[in-house]
Design a protein around this ligand. Sequence first.
Ligand code: SF4
Length: 117
Amino acid sequence: MAHKEMICIACPMGCCLDVEYDNSIISVKNNSCKVGIKYANDEIYDPRRMVTTTVKTNLAIAFLPVKTSKAISKNLVRNVIKELNDITVSSPVQIGSVIKKNICGTDADIIAARNIS
Ligand code: SF4
């Protein structure tokens, strides 16, 4: 059995979780709601992160800030960054526009984080 302390970042409360686990979660303590149990499970067996980065453009501003539409498996972050290195935005976009759908088969889209013209 293993033991880990982690801060749940699913909401601003930031509960300090005390987790015991083996092949599955054995117990989660100090969580103020059930989301903390899911957070602990994901963090131990399939940690996920939002990705924020930039893509190249051939417009007046050289780089467009972008982000994933949802958190993706931490193992795939490097692949996502690599695929984005090959993308160049060539026409004006508005904040929220989809730059790339289903990036690396993650089911997450790459979204523009600002207007650019
Ligand atoms: S356990 Fe619940 S209340 Fe605590 S930080 Fe996570 S989501 Fe928020």
